[in-house]
Design a protein around this ligand. Structure first.
Ligand code: UN1
Length: 500
């Protein structure tokens, strides 16, 4: 297969970055080169932001239902290309094909949902306290949005940011992770084909660092929407916060599945295996802790260890593969580095724990699916996000203790409980300090029509997806129209009660 070359998209044209240099986009399962990619500089960021700014006014004044129609057409094209996009995604970042299809589907779902917002974007019309006066609220776009996206959901997460931004009348500069430029190019191609005017969506390719900081602090950027590591999120919040820019961050997680002594254990094992090892554990919603009640802990561990040992690693395009590689050598080394950390702190590796060194697997960035037992809540493997196929099992004696352990990390994205006791379920739903809670299901697989995001250091108070996303990508404007023909003073004329 001939190697592709991927370029930036600025002001409606595909253009080379100004460094004149390129980097390689490779398949993490075998090291094959998929594409060469232009490396952008700060000058390219300037061009992209300028183009987005110039496109702002006309796009803002395009009727929202028309903006929605373009999104609807983009959804249709994504649907037609779903399988090709999924195959390219598996090659580019490693997740197994069925999951890559799910990622594209999540992008399609979000695109259709936001297309519908073209005819909604509801505001309030409320009674005014004064006669002959009208009071209402409407959404107003911010202007230029910087969408900085991760590699683990290379299609879905960009749509979470780009689609609400566009339908609300913002223009966008899109800076995808450097591990997944191909899917980013594909998404831009789809929106271009759907009829998006030039300059409304601009793409800048290359590693973060200097160009990322330049984009975040650029005076022409009004809102930064970022999904990625907590360290990068803190840095972005700091440099953008000084400029009082709007920032929406979706960061790390240390999600847990609680298995109570009244749970259906076999069902919980299905949820744990899926949530801990799906996408090779590289979801921010992945279950990296199991909090098992002592009454079932041994059963849970035996069954989980049995399942982990049977999982087949391989290329995500092979139908026999259960677990693909992690995204990079650096990610593989990070996962592996936690094994001595776990053992030193007194945990035991009950399954996995190694990097395969033989045969075809040695060519990719694989890590065995790993189960850690004898884990205590304060150990690093119970506190830190590993972002790989590693799950730590902790044991507790009651629901109260389970909730305490659940809430004992700095993160707060997702959690779940397996129980057949309705009282346990409702207490858990009430007390979990996470933005997503599941009952008798794993921690992954959020649907796009509800808010997505986390409490505590998982985020900064914003939510993606669903109606909540509209609050990120637009400001509220409250409007009062006085048609009385005279000066009326709110809180003073006519209204209010007087005490006697
Ligand atoms: C992520 O890992 O950043 O709930 C997003 C889920 C997916 C989205 C995950 N729908 O697992």
């Amino acid at each position: 297969m001939a190697t592709m070359h991927l370029r930036n998209h600025i002001d409606g044209r595909w253009v080379e970055g100004s460094s004149g240099e390129a980097f390689e986009d490779t398949d993490p399962a075998n090291g094959e080169v998929i594409a060469t990619v232009t490396r952008s500089t700060t000058a390219d960021v300037d061009r992209a932001v300028d183009a987005a700014r110039r496109a702002c006014e006309a796009w803002r004044l395009t009727p929202a239902p028309k903006r929605g129609e373009i999104l609807y057409r983009a959804g249709e094209i994504l649907l037609r290309r779903k399988d090709d996009l999924a195959r390219e995604m598996t090659r580019e970042m490693g997740k197994v094909l069925a999951e890559a299809r799910g990622d594209v589907q999540e992008g399609i779902d979000m695109t259709y949902y936001m297309a519908g917002e073209g005819r909604r974007q509801f505001g309030d019309v409320v009674p005014a306290e004064l006669p002959n006066k009208w009071a209402m609220s409407m959404r107003h776009p911010h202007g230029v949005v910087a969408a900085i996206t991760p590699w683990n959901f290379p299609l879905a997460i960009p749509t979470w940011k780009i689609m609400p931004a566009l339908v609300l009348g913002n223009t966008v500069v899109f800076k995808p992770a450097s591990y997944t430029p191909l899917l980013a190019v594909r998404l831009v191609e789809v929106l271009e084909e759907a009829g998006l005017p030039k300059g409304v969506l601009n793409l800048v390719l290359g590693p973060g660092g200097e160009i990322g900081d330049h984009l975040v602090t650029h005076p022409g950027v009004d809102l930064v929407s970022f999904t990625g590591s907590s360290d990068a999120g803190a840095h972005i919040s700091e440099i953008a916060g000084r400029l009082l820019k709007r920032v929406s961050c979706e960061l790390g997680g240390k999600n847990a599945i609680v298995v109570m002594d009244d749970a259906e254990v076999d069902l919980s094992i299905e949820g744990i295996v899926w949530s801990a090892f799906g996408t090779s554990g590289q979801r921010c919603t992945a279950a990296s802790r199991v909090i098992a009640h002592r009454g079932v802990a041994n059963d849970v561990i035996d069954k989980l260890v049995g399942r982990a040992k049977k999982m087949r690693m391989g290329h995500g395009l092979e139908p026999t593969t259960d677990l693909g590689p992690v995204v990079s050598k650096q990610a593989q080394e990070k996962v592996a580095s936690y094994m001595p950390v776990a053992e030193k702190e007194g945990a035991t590796i009950a399954a996995g724990g190694r990097i395969p060194t033989e045969g075809a697997l040695a060519k990719g960035f694989f890590h065995e699916p790993t189960v850690l037992v004898d884990v205590k809540p304060n150990m690093r493997v119970a506190q830190e996000e590993i972002f790989g196929p590693v799950v730590a099992v902790l044991e507790v004696g009651s629901l109260e203790e389970a909730v305490k352990v659940l809430n004992s990390t700095k993160y707060g994205l997702s959690c779940s409980i397996y129980t057949r006791n309705v009282n346990n379920a409702f207490r858990f739903m009430r007390d979990a300090e996470t933005g997503l809670v599941y009952v008798n299901a794993g921690t992954i697989g959020a649907e796009i029509q509800l808010p997505f995001g986390g409490m505590k250091t998982t985020g900064n108070g914003h939510r993606e997806a669903g109606r909540a996303a509209l609050d990120v990508y637009a400001d509220w404007k409250s409007i009062y129209v006085d048609f009385s023909g005279r000066l009326q003073k709110a809180q003073m004329d006519g209204g209010g009660t007087t005490s006697s």
